[in-house]
Design a protein around this ligand. Sequence first.
Ligand SMILES: [Ca+2]
Ligand SMILES: [Ca+2]
Length: 409
Amino acid sequence: MDVRALWFLLAIALTACTQKTTSSVFDSESLGSSSCSGQALSNRFIVQWESGEFTVETAPNATLFKSKFIAPNLQNIRKVEYDRVVHLENTRDQNLATSTAISLAPDSWGQDMVEAEALWNKGFYGQNVLIGVIDSFVDVNNAQLASRIQVNENEIPNNGLDDDGNNYVDDYLGHSFISNPSQSNTVSDHGSHVTGIIAADHDAGPIKGIAPKAKIIPAPFIDGKNGGSIGDAILAMQYASARGARIINASWGGAPCMTSLRNAFVELNNRGVLVVVAAGNEGIDLDYSPDFPAAFNLPNQITVAAANVKDYMPSWSNRGFSLVHLAAPGVEILSTLTNNRVGHMDGTSMAAPFVSGAAALLWSAQPTASLAEIKNALLRSVDVTRYHEYKVQTLGRLNISKALQELQK
Ligand SMILES: [Ca+2]
Ligand SMILES: [Ca+2]
């Protein structure tokens, strides 16, 4: 027998060993699994295809889904999991003063502390960088946000048709992935606040967005009661990436330990997309008590803790010398809300968008920089203050001016 024949037999043997079955791609017994927090949805299934793409499918039950959907598509399916509910952690955001007028004193302590103005003065505003905001509803009519929303030029709005053939009808500005319509009447301010921190137009109101010429792709999946599903989050991230987002802001946590969510981050890594994740607000050490997606520890991920105006970490910020990368302003942050209001919010949800905006500024300064170069520049340039170092990998807090110097070395 020649060598080629041996290889052929070996290949057959390997194929036999790794033969896929409906049970090997889908553990249908995991419905009530206590190892995974988050209520499983018995009729919604997250499917990852061999192409890497995700879809969310529905069927009356797992048995029918296996026989009617998985079996005929088995060779093209990599992994199936039950979709799960995620109830987002307390975002610490609803108890602070808001205003319809611009009567609140201008307050840009965070922008000042991270030295964003140094980049604005050099003409770097985040121009030509797209950022997916995977969050709750974003008020695209807010005066400071309206001009910052990326238009899908191939889609005609409000005609009931999917003109660009991306499977989303009328996604002219963005698309809502909130799948529970009963929850959609209550509108959360969270997504609009996050968006304003990243990109609020300086010329249209009091908020100084970190990257005021970056463009936002809104892809909400969190409903007005801070609930959502992991399948919807995955579809929202995939959508933003397909529309060209180079950065994804994920100011949420408390997700179940799901392979699908981690795989979705890996797919974004394969596409060179940076994901900026809030560390969470439980005051816990993620190195010992991991929370997801904050603790995935993937190369395209930056996990962000909160800093206050005195440059200390608030007691409620999650931390971790290994899994949390740096701190950024996250206490009493003034930004845009719905209906042209502004208001303060607290949380690592606010710290993450400072870093998303910073990455956009750096990419506008050096468009050919790789994801790793941007991440390294942000992490190597933090301000570390003796005697009150942050309990994070870099020990420090974001400094965008120094990050640019690091990038240009
Ligand atoms: Ca479309
Ligand atoms: Ca249309």
